[in-house]
Design a protein around this ligand. Structure first.
Ligand code: SF4
Ligand code: F3S
Length: 385
């Protein structure tokens, strides 16, 4: 059996510096200081402590596996062999058919209660019309429904981590009128799952969730939607690189305009950053370089439950964002006008906004079509995009 020194050597082969930089990213995502980086590395390298992972596919587009496979630091090989110890992943494993079924069966029976099930995709629960249709048959693999497979794999798992919005809450499959009755894995099975939504999710967040378990022996604290607080505690709007333009009333009003080139705020182009909680601005994609707003597209709220229904139309703004000190129904139009119309008023408003930014835990209530949610912090980051 491979021991730690073999494993470390293998990591050194992949590129130890890159591995440590990935560990630093994981530590930062978990809100840990750089002093924790060696401990994160140690936790990942300790093969004896690392639980095996079984990665399941249900109704989805494989975007979360794509996001995972595109990880450069560390490479996919390192992620599979050394970071997550993936025993089963249909998209990337060499085995197929009966051989794959056998591997899955062996993993869940010999590792009962010890493995982590990572789920990608929603579970259809409706019964197709016509003779012989059975509940959940819209997704059938080797004669079993997605629901039956999910139950078999998730019931005896140490933990179930749902990656992507589909496995977390149903995603696009669950969009109205939802003909297949698609729901998230937790809802389908009536179990508590750790949900890492996003369309797709970010691999830093899924690995950080496992590392949290390795370091602390517990799964991370979550919000009411099962999302780890380390990644979903803050609103995008409060960490956005364009926030200073929102505060200054500077908005993009047309694609391709000077304002768009100047990277002004995308609120009037439909950005749902004020209604969305995610650390995508911090962890980013493409080797940590890109995220939707950075690329010039408004947020569509991809990490919120039912975002296909509640956040659309994606290119129209929601008028009812509450802005502190500017009234309950103040819209970005009014807010911008208040700041840019009258110099004195603008200066006063700026002072108020600055004061507000310093007040930690100030609640900014955001209304969307169906529900209201609360933000707990209003600090922002001003990195160059
Ligand atoms: Fe950023 Fe969107 Fe908020 Fe504008 S509305 S500051 S683009 S999150
Ligand atoms: Fe998704 Fe919005 Fe972030 S669309 S990736 S939550 S900017």
């Amino acid at each position: 059996m491979e021991d730690n020194s073999d494993r470390i050597k293998k990591l050194e082969g992949v590129d130890r510096r890159e591995f440590l930089s990935f560990c630093a990213q994981i530590a930062a995502a978990l809100g840990l200081s750089s002093m924790w980086v060696p401990k994160v590395a140690e936790a990942i390298e300790n093969a004896a402590k690392r639980p095996p992972v079984i990665w399941m596919h249900f109704a989805e587009c494989t975007g979360d596996s794509e996001s995972f496979i595109r990880s450069n630091y560390p490479s996919i090989a390192s992620l599979i062999l050394d970071v997550l110890s993936i025993d089963y992943h249909e998209t990337i494993m060499a085995a197929a058919g009966d051989q794959a079924e056998e591997i899955l069966h062996k993993a869940i029976t010999t590792q009962k209660g010890k493995y982590i099930a990572i789920c990608e995709g929603a579970i259809p629960m409706a019964t197709p019309p016509g003779p012989g249709g059975k509940p959940g048959a819209y997704l059938t693999i080797a004669g079993k429904t997605g629901y039956e497979i999910a139950k078999e794999v998730c019931t005896d798992a140490l933990a179930v981590i749902c990656v992507g919005t589909c496995s977390s809450y149903g995603g696009v499959q669950a969009q109205k009128p939802n003909p297949t009755g698609a729901v998230g894995v937790g809802k389908a099975l009536g179990i508590q799952t750790i949900n890492i939504p996003g369309c797709p999710h970010n691999v830093v967040n899924s690995v950080a969730t496992v590392v949290n378990y390795l370091l602390m022996g517990t799964l991370p604290a979550t919000d009411k939607y099962g999302r780890p607080l380390f990644a979903f505690k803050k609103r995008i709007h409060d960490q956005c690189t364009r926030r200073s333009h929102f505060d200054a009333g500077q908005f993009v009003e047309e694609w391709g305009s000077e304002e768009a080139k100047n990277r002004y705020c995308l609120y009037k182009m439909g950005c749902k950053g004020p209604q969305t909680y995610h650390n995508c601005n911090i962890v980013r994609w493409n080797q940590g370089t890109g995220w939707p707003i950075g690329a010039g597209h408004g947020c569509v709220g991809c990490s919120e439950p039912d975002f296909w229904d509640t956040m659309s139309p994606f290119y129209e703004r929601l008028e009812n964002v509450e802005v502190p000190f500017f009234g309950i129904e103040a819209s970005a139009d009014k807010f911008g006008l208040a700041l840019t119309g009258v110099a004195a008023a603008g200066a006063a408003a700026h002072a108020v906004v600055t004061l507000n930014k310093k007040k930690e835990h100030e609640e900014i209530i955001v209304h969307n079509k169906n529900e209201s949610s609360k933000a707990t912090e209003t600090d922002k980051k001003k990195e160059g995009e």
